[in-house]
Every structure is written in structure tokens, then in C-alpha cells.
Design a protein around this ligand. Structure first.
Ligand code: BGC
Length: 793
């Protein structure tokens, strides 16, 4: 195993230990566990000090008592969050923990390993303060759910919450206490590789998902054995890095910040997220990790966040490279003073804070505040009551950490089916007949690693059902599936090398060594023998990842050549897209008869896609992010501010806001997605033309399934503020309902609009609703809408 350079992100876990710890293990009753935990804490014999069990019932008193017993070094030790990897031996880690020099770890997902570390904390350290175990459980843990944009495409909050709940159940059974998720950075520039981690471009939708994810991870309480603490990230505005280039600067007006980018973090915090991860980027000239306004005025004072703020990987040291700190000492001082409480994967706090406190440059109050919040998080995670709450007893460790029985495939398949977005379906090419002869081609058709997507936590390449497997299973005993790879994801050796560096323990890209022409010829031969061709194309998962910003949104050339050859056969062509960001699909859309956006759909992806291809599930996904026509159009987000010279469809002319050599507007708009059935909307009616202050208005619309199959769709409510004291967005999503209708069935859908829905941040950053006219728009995507107006008095 090569060692991972500190700055490189990880796609997969470092650990591949055979030990296991299953969700089904027997649990001791709470009281017995409590006693066992405290007994373990006291096991080290004559303890000079320890958490006082008598105070356990009173969080504040307990923490104050413990804090009062801590030396400065022990306090500073709590601020250190280390990555478990090849850099430090297990023995050294245990000794550091025993010396009280580590507060928590991440990247270790094996209960036996974490048990040994916890033993060092509660048996060998002076104060016996438990450590916590964290991990990037972003879209599933052992069972991998669709990546963020896929989950968001479902618009199904219950299913998303269930996904996070399952992730918590699996992660806690692997002894984890905390996740660095949800990632709720608004992404409006698909060049940014981390678009694949978030939930799209819209503040309202992402905020709803942020709440659902926090509820799912944390369950009823973070102290539950099967809950993990959520740490919302990346605070703040990481998705707005200039040009979509990762780690780049963010420069943004306060109004836009408050109106569009901050709400999802706020929603996660209001839902009770126990942690916040501070972003790597600077904001208007100040790196987030040194931003007192961000971390104290906004987060603590205005939002009343009482949890723990952790740095991102190595971020405190990076203050030197940002050019705001001369050296380690100044970097540590800036970060702790600003409110970064745990330093992830660097030793700046450990080395510099003792001197800074002694010299008076950092008040002890800053250290105490940070320690109080870290101990508070540990208290809330239930670790003082039972340091082994999620680790369990060695005797209960199941023999196989990777056992199939530990997975939650049904939940993953249910969410994955809903995450697929049908973009085109000409001549009713889809659904396919199972008794047909089908050719399945493309580098992503049978790639289990790619279908998991980036940040696939403890998911293993042996678990996913690939598209090939899913289609074979669906067609068994009926038609025939001819498979040919057809192309590599890319033939560019430099790109392959880069992508293979992203991960330190698996080879991401395995190239087929045959010449491209030979692979294409094989695929074309299969296509000629088939009734319909299905091509799985797009990006490898590493192409949509941290540090994978792109200058184009193209499907790579090797795959485009394959598609051109397939098209030339004249056979109906279905494209199954796998990608982590919107791509430029102009060519693909013109080439293909049907286009299905599947993102990276996770462990059950192949089955879910087959469900849709064969019509066992009628697609209902809607895009959570606009798909531009070309990279030059970026940004294309639907809710952009109004301008003085808007382009008006059907009224061509110059001196309007447009790119003159291309059609205006996205190729596929926000909220868009087709179905195998069709829906119609009746007239939109409002309960009154006037809303009084503090009042509400009802909006109602009839939705009818006008096709011949049952299907689900998302009814979307937008509001446009006709005039205000500042420039407002052309429209903003304010609510939605996902409904299912039988063929011919119609339903009246009701929405309530309240004054809060009309509020925005004015030039003084006051959250206000101003009197005047508003237009309500209801549609099945953001563009084709029914309209009605009312006045706020
Ligand atoms: C990423 C974070 C992640 C952390 C720990 C960083 O590189 O930016 O999102 O939580 O690593 O793995």
C-alpha cells in the first residue's frame, strides 16, 4: 500500500480488515452498559482524576467538572483529530491517545481497531476521556446509496432520510460516532468536481435535504447506539469557488451569500447537526478557517450553534499558503481565535498552542470554549455514558465485516430507482422488452467501482450490482444480452495517471489494452445483432471528485467515438449516463433515441437502472441542477437575478442578455425529467388575490395522468417577486409535492403560501417580505409553468 500524500483525498477506506462488527449483535441493557463503560474508565487503577459518574446526569456540570481537572496539555490534546492511515503506527497512536494527545480519529472503520484505541483512552490516559471515531459517510456506509445529485433527483425526503438512517445504522455498527456530512454546498458551476457530493443548485431543495439527512444520521438523539453525529460541511460557500476550480477563492456579495448559499448550512444546524466542518476556501479575502465573523458572529451568535467546529484536512496549516499567516504559530493562533476547535490532520494546535497560551497571545478562554464544545459533542454522542457504545464487545464482533447480511439493498434500490432522470425518450424507445436481443456496451456498463461514485465510504467493489448484472438478472430466461466494453473511459494516459493517484489503495482505472478500433468493432458487431443498443457512458467516478475540476463537460473522446459508430448502425440507441455533474449533452442528445441520467447510483444501481429500462419502475426523477448547453453558458442556474435587458424567447434581437451564437437557456432545466406516462396541469387558482401580513394564500392546481401507465411526478411551486427594493431572482422554488397517479387519474394539489415564503435578504441583510405583487408559478419543471398573481398588503 503506497502512502497517501496528506493533501490527496481518498475515494475508499484505508482499511480492509477481515474483522467485523454487525448491526445484529446483541446489546446489553443501558444500565449494564453504563456500568461497564465506567468500570472500563476506572480500570487503570488509582485514578488521580476522571469524569465524575455522579455528575453524568447534568451535562453542563459534568463538563465543567472535567474541564476543571484538565491540564493545558490535556485540553490541547482534545483539539486534535487524526487520520488513521499508514503514516503513524498503531502503537504510536495508542501511546499518543494514552498521553491525552488525541481527541478523536477518522478513517478507521474496524471495531477491533477502534476498541484498541478506546482502550488506550479510557484505560491508560490520566483523565480517561473517551475519543470519538469519525468518517466520511456521505452517501451510505457499507451499502452505497446514489451520490448527492442522484438523491436530490428523487425529491423524496422520506427516502433520503431513510438512506441517511441506514448509513448511520451501518456506520455505528462499524463503531463510528460521527460523519463529516451532509455536504450541502450549493453548486452552480459543474466544472467543480465536488458538485457530485452535494444536492444541486437550489437553496430551498438543498435545505430540505439538509434537514432530512441530519434527521437520518442522528435519529431521535445523537446518543442512540445506532445514531451518528452529523457535521455539516463545508462551512461556508465552498461550492462557489471561482471558475469551479477546487480550493479556489470565493468572492460573493453578502446578499447572495445570505439568500442563496447559507440557508442549507443553517437548515442542518437548525435540525440539530452536532458538528460543522469549516471550508478550505477563503471568502471575500479571509480564509474560512481564520474567519471570526463566519465562525463566531454568524455561526455562534446569530445561528446559536452550540456544537463542535472541526477544520477540514490540513486547513489550519494552509493559512500559511493562503498568505494570511507567516508560520505555524500564527496559523494556529488565527484559527483558534476565529473558532476552529479541532484541527484535522495537522499538529499545529498541538505544537503551537501551549506557547501561545503561555505568552498570552491566545486566551485560555478560547481553549476552554473549544474543549467544552468537544466534550459536549462526546457527551451528546453518549460516549461518557459508554465509551464502547458503538464499539460493542469483542465477543460480539461478527466474523465478516463485509457480510452480505450487513447490507440494506432494498433501501438502496428504492432510492436509486427514484434518482434516475429520463431526459429524452423519442419514439417511445423505452421501456425495453425483456425478450429482445439487446447490446449493452460502454466502459461503465460493468464497472462496480464507478457505479458507487466518489466518497463511497466503506463500500466495496465486490458489492455493487453493475448495469450488466442488473440487466442480465431482469432478462433471465427471456431475451439475450450481448455485452462489449466498446471503449475505455478515456484514452488519455495523463488523465488515467491522475485519476489513479486519487486513491491510495485501489487502482481506479483499469484500462482495456486493446486498440480503440478493435473495441469499437466488437461493440458495433454486437449492436448489429441486437434490436436495441444500450450504451453506458460518462465519467469515471474519480472524474467527479474532490480536486477533479474540469475545463470541459464533454463525454470523453474515446466514448464519443464509440457512440458515433453505434449511431451509424442505425439501431435504436439508449444512453445510460453515469456522471457526477451536469455534462454537455448536446451531441449525445442529438445522437441518442433515449437518454437516462443515472448519476452514480450505488450498490443497487444496476438493478435500479434495469428496473427503469424495462419499465418495472416508471422514472420520476427531476434534475436538481440545470444542464447547460455548453461550458461557455455557465452559470446556468434557474434562479438567477433579474437583469435590465432580459433575453425573451421568441423575440430575437440584439442588446439583450444572451450569448449570440447559441440558443439561450439550459439544455435541460432545473426540475426537469420525463416519465413513461404523461401529465397535464389544469389552471392554477389562488384562494385570494391578496395576502395580508402574517396571512396565507392557498394555491391549487389539478394534475392529471394523461398516459397509459401509473407514474409519479413532482409538482413544483415557484414564486417570483415582481418588484422589491433590491434585484430579486427571476423565480425561486418554495415548495413541492411528489405525487403518484394511476392512468387517467387526476388530483387537486394544494399548497399554502405564507409570508415567510416571500421573504428575502434586503440590502441591510434584513429578512423581510416587502408589499407588492408576486407571481405564483406551478410546473412539473422550472420552465413550463402555470401562473397566477397576488398582492401582499
Ligand atoms: C475533504 C472533506 C473530508 C476530509 C476528511 C477533505 O479533503 O475536503 O470533505 O471530510 O477530507 O476526509
Amino acid at each position: 500500500m503506497a502512502s497517501c500524500p496528506a493533501s490527496l483525498p481518498r475515494l475508499a477506506p484505508p482499511s480492509a480488515h477481515p474483522q467485523s462488527h454487525g448491526p445484529s449483535r446483541r446489546r446489553l441493557p443501558l444500565r449494564a452498559r453504563l456500568a461497564a463503560g465506567l468500570a472500563a474508565m476506572l480500570l487503570a487503577g488509582p485514578a488521580a482524576a476522571a469524569p465524575d459518574p455522579a455528575l453524568l446526569g447534568d451535562r453542563q456540570a459534568f463538563i465543567a467538572d472535567l474541564l476543571g481537572q484538565m491540564t493545558l496539555d490535556e485540553k490541547i490534546g482534545q483539539l486534535r483529530l487524526i487520520s488513521i492511515g499508514p503514516d503513524m503506527s498503531r502503537e504510536r497512536i495508542a501511546n499518543e491517545i494514552a498521553a491525552g494527545r488525541i481527541g478523536g480519529t477518522f478513517n478507521s472503520v474496524v471495531p477491533a481497531d477502534n476498541r484498541a484505541m478506546q482502550n488506550a483512552a479510557v484505560q491508560r490516559s490520566r483523565l480517561k476521556i473517551p475519543i470519538f471515531f469519525a468518517y466520511d459517510v456521505v452517501h451510505g456506509h457499507r451499502t452505497i446509496f446514489p451520490i448527492g445529485p442522484g438523491q436530490a433527483s428523487s425529491w423524496n425526503m422520506q427516502a433520503i432520510e431513510r438512506g441517511a438512517r441506514v448509513a448511520a445504522i451501518e456506520a455505528s455498527a462499524d463503531s463510528l460516532d460521527m460523519t463529516f456530512a451532509p455536504m450541502v454546498d450549493i453548486a452552480r458551476d459543474p466544472r467543480w468536481g465536488r458538485t457530485s457530493e452535494g444536492f444541486g443548485e437550489d437553496p430551498y431543495l438543498v435545505s430540505r435535504i439538509a434537514r432530512a439527512m441530519v434527521r437520518g444520521y442522528q435519529g431521535d438523539a445523537t446518543s442512540r447506539r445506532d445514531s451518528i453525529m452529523a457535521s455539516v460541511k463545508h462551512f461556508a460557500l465552498y461550492g462557489a469557488v471561482e471558475g469551479g476550480r477546487d480550493y479556489n477563492v470565493v468572492d460573493m456579495s453578502p446578499m447572495r451569500m445570505y439568500q442563496d448559499y447559507l440557508p442549507p448550512y443553517r437548515a442542518a444546524i437548525d435540525a440539530g447537526a452536532g458538528g460543522v466542518m469549516v471550508a478550505l476556501n477563503s471568502i471575500n479575502g479571509v480564509p474560512a478557517s481564520a474567519d471570526t465573523w463566519l465562525l463566531q458572529d454568524l455561526l455562534r451568535r446569530d445561528w446559536r450553534f452550540g456544537g463542535v467546529a472541526v477544520s477540514d484536512h490540513g486547513a489550519i496549516k494552509e493559512l500559511i499558503r493562503h498568505g494570511v499567516a507567516r508560520d505555524d504559530r500564527e496559523a494556529a493562533k488565527l484559527a483558534i481565535r476565529a473558532g476552529v476547535e479541532m484541527s484535522m490532520a495537522d499538529e499545529l494546535y498541538l505544537n503551537e498552542l501551549p506557547g501561545l497560551v503561555k505568552s498570552g497571545e491566545v486566551p485560555i478562554a478560547d481553549i476552554d470554549r473549544a474543549v467544552r464544545n468537544i466534550l459536549g459533542a462526546k457527551y451528546d454522542m453518549g460516549l461518557f455514558h459508554d465509551p464502547y457504545l458503538r464499539i460493542g464487545r469483542a465477543a460480539d464482533d461478527p466474523p465478516d465485516l463485509y457480510a452480505e447480511s450487513r447490507l440494506h439493498r432494498a433501501d438502496a434500490r428504492a432510492l436509486a430507482r427514484e434518482s434516475l432522470v429520463l431526459l429524452e425518450n423519442r419514439n417511445r424507445t423505452l421501456p425495453l422488452r425483456k425478450n429482445a436481443i439487446l447490446a449493452l456496451v460502454g466502459p461503465l456498463a460493468d464497472s462496480p467501482v464507478d457505479i458507487m461514485g466518489s466518497w463511497s465510504a466503506a463500500g466495496r467493489g465486490t458489492n455493487p450490482v453493475t448495469l450488466r448484472q442488473g440487466m442480465e438478472a431482469a432478462m433471465r430466461g427471456q431475451g439475450r444480452l450481448l455485452y462489449a466494453r466498446g471503449a475505455n473511459v478515456t484514452d488519455d494516459p495523463a488523465l488515467v495517471e491522475y485519476l489513479n493517484q486519487l486513491n491510495w489503495d485501489t487502482k481506479e482505472i483499469v484500462q482495456d489494452p486493446r486498440p480503440p478500433a478493435e473495441m469499437i468493432a466488437e461493440a458495433v458487431a454486437a449492436a448489429r445483432r441486437a434490436d436495441v443498443v444500450v450504451a453506458a457512458v460518462g465519467e469515471s467516478r474519480g472524474m467527479s471528485h474532490e480536486s477533479s475540476s474540469r475545463t470541459t463537460l464533454d463525454i470523453p473522446a474515446s466514448q464519443r467515438a464509440l457512440l458515433a459508430a453505434l449511431k451509424a448502425t442505425g439501431k435504436p440507441l439508449v444512453l445510460v449516463l453515469m456522471n457526477g455533474r451536469p455534462l454537455d449533452l448536446r451531441e449525445a442528445s442529438a445522437t441518442a433515441d433515449a437518454l437516462l441520467e443515472t448519476w452514480f447510483s450505488g450498490t443497487e444501481g444496476g438493478n435500479a437502472i434495469a428496473d427503469v429500462l424495462f419499465g418495472d419502475y416508471n422514472p420520476s426523477g427531476k434534475l436538481p441542477i440545470s444542464f447547460p448547453r455548453s461550458i461557455g453558458q455557465i452559470p446556468t442556474y434557474y434562479n438567477h437575478p433579474r437583469v435590465g435587458r432580459p433575453f425573451t424567447e421568441g423575440k430575437p434581437g440584439n442588446y439583450t442578455s444572451q450569448y449570440f451564437e447559441e440558443k439561450t437557456g439550459p439544455l435541460y432545466p432545473f426540475g426537469y425529467g420525463l416519465s413513461y406516462t404523461s401529465f397535464s396541469l389544469g389552471d392554477l387558482a389562488l384562494s385570494s388575490p391578496v395576502m395580508a401580513r402574517g396571512g396565507r394564500i392557498g394555491a391549487r392546481i389539478t394534475v392529471k395522468n394523461t398516459g397509459d401507465r401509473a407514474g409519479a411526478t413532482v409538482v413544483q411551486l415557484y414564486v417570483r417577486d415582481e418588484s422589491a427594493s433590491v434585484v430579486r431572482a427571476v423565480k425561486e422554488l418554495k415548495n413541492f409535492q411528489k405525487i403518484s397517479l394511476e392512468p387517467g387519474e387526476e388530483r387537486i394539489v394544494h399548497f399554502d403560501i405564507v409570508e415567510d415564503d416571500l421573504k428575502f435578504f434586503n440590502a441591510r441583510l434584513e429578512h423581510v417580505a416587502e408589499p407588492g405583487a408576486f407571481e405564483v408559478q406551478i410546473g412539473l419543471n422550472s420552465q413550463d409553468v402555470e401562473r397566477a398573481r397576488f398582492e401582499l398588503h
